[in-house]
Design a protein around this ligand. Structure first.
Ligand code: S3P
Length: 441
């Protein structure tokens, strides 16, 4: 598969030569970075974002907002200064708006653009062009929006000048992207917009709307706001991304003798499901110096090697660890006993079909993995070296790099360039921790 950069990059990762060590700071949270840019763009006044993720996904959102007339400065890497244009200040752009690989970018922007007075077209790369968009098109249509697609797939042509009305929407899938698209459209709707979810999902949009001064009521699994207010500029400190930290959490757990500290990791309760599951499997992870940073809980995580036992992952945890299943699959393949994952069908419509990609790759390394429609049954054991393919999926690529640490020979991982969408500099940080990652030729 072509990556967003058009490059083809393979990694060769050797078995861990030594225990993993060090204090590591992974890049800023992707979900928070997207939302901070969007709300800052629509606010009145100048906002500063620090800890911003310099990934291709969030940079695509930044470029799109610039195409829509927002002035965004980058004082240095990881920092943005955004001159908000106000709720009605975006300018039309005749060119397609390219979200790259980013489902979050496209779905949230669909909601935001549905409220504008002008038409826009959202496009994405090959992977994003296969991802389902009816989940946002249909609820937005129920609010009066008009979005054309090709059988529910991108490109999305978002028609402007529709009058949106608030309503109560029950989402069919537990998806923070869908909830957020509805809430962003709700800023432009007449009356009250309410979202009810089948299971609670991450509440960053709700928290950040509050921080930018928009009145909102919310709790686990629901949120309600009214149109007709204004967003006020706000400075945002983005925590380190729990999902990026997850690879190192699993790696240090798996490699004998390891001890690492992951610094300043975002600990939003709707994101930390993997922590609970790894601990239930026997992991030794301590939460140190818990604190608040810009309205979000953060902490340092000390991770020591431990041997793991397989478990049945509680279905209720699925939305709270939805991006961490590829890493969990690796932990399960090296645990004692059987791990059962259910209720995670959403994995099939991520940047790749993550159940199929991880099952195929782990089997190529000798693991016993049985796919089910909404999860997998994984028998723990040992792994051998070999050749696997991440199918251009950043999280599968990094998870397979973790698997290689405990294989008996090097693993060649194909199609890793998209790691830059969420975790620029992964190889550098991984080497700093003790991974032996080389580039395949
Ligand atoms: C995200 C929500 C999740 C997650 C994605 C980021 C967000 O997707 O997988 O990486 O920022 O809202 P869904 O909401 O579709 O589950």
């Amino acid at each position: 598969m072509a990556s967003v950069t058009g490059r083809r990059l393979d990694w060769i990762v050797a078995p861990a030569p030594a225990p993993l060590r060090g204090v590591l700071r992974v890049p800023g949270d992707k979900s928070v970075s997207h939302r901070a840019l969007m709300l800052a763009a629509l606010a009145e006044g100048r906002s500063r974002i620090d800890g911003f993720l310099e990934g291709e996904d969030t940079r695509a959102t930044s470029r799109i907002l610039q195409q829509l007339g927002v002035h965004i400065e980058m004082p240095h890497d990881g920092s943005r200064v955004v001159d908000g244009v106000g709720l009605r200040g975006l300018q039309p752009c005749a060119q397609p708006l390219d979200c790259g690989n980013a489902g979050t970018g496209m779905r949230l922007l669909a909601g935001l653009l549905a409220g504008q007075r002008f038409d826009s077209t959202l496009v994405g790369d090959a992977s994003l062009s296969r991802r389902p968009m009816r989940r946002v098109i249909e609820p937005l249509a129920a609010m009066g929006a008009r979005i054309d697609s090709t059988q529910g797939l991108p490109p999305l042509r978002v028609r402007g000048d529709q009058s949106l009305r608030g309503t109560v929407l029950r989402t069919a899938v537990a998806s923070a992207q869908v909830k957020s698209a509805i809430l962003l459209a709700g800023l432009y709707a007449q009356g009250s917009t309410e979202v009810r979810e089948p299971q609670p999902t991450r509440d960053y949009t709700e928290r950040m709307l509050e921080a930018f001064g928009w009145p909102i009521d919310y709790g686990p699994g629901w949120a309600r706001l009214q149109g007709g207010h204004a967003l006020r500029a706000c400075d945002v400190q983005v925590p380190a991304d729990f999902s990026s930290a997850a690879f190192f959490m699993v790696a240090a757990t798996l490699v004998p003798g390891s001890e690492i500290v992951l610094a300043g990791v975002g600990m939003n309760a709707r994101r930390t499901g993997l922590l609970d599951v790894l601990r239930a499997m026997g992991a030794e992870i301590d939460i140190e110096a818990p604190r608040q940073q810009g309205g979000e809980p953060v902490a340092d995580l000390r991770v020591r090697h431990a041997s793991l036992r397989g478990i049945e992952v509680p279905v209720a945890h699925a939305p709270d660890m939805i991006d961490e299943f590829p890493a969990l699959f690796v932990a399960a393949a090296l645990a004692h006993g059987r791990t059962i994952v259910r209720g995670a069908a959403e994995l099939r419509v991520k940047e790749s079909d993550r159940i199929a990609v991880m099952a195929q790759a782990l089997r190529a390394l000798g693991a016993r993995v049985e796919e089910t429609t909404d999860g997998a049954v994984i028998e723990g054991g040992t792994l051998r070296g070999g050749v696997v393919d991440s199918h251009g999926d950043h999280r599968c690529a990094m998870s397979l790099a973790v698997a290689a640490l405990r294989a008996d020979a090097p693993v060649r991982i194909g199609d890793c360039a998209n790691v830059a969408t969420s975790f620029p500099g992964f190889e550098v940080l991984a080497r700093q921790a003790g991974f032996d990652v080389g580039i395949g030729t």
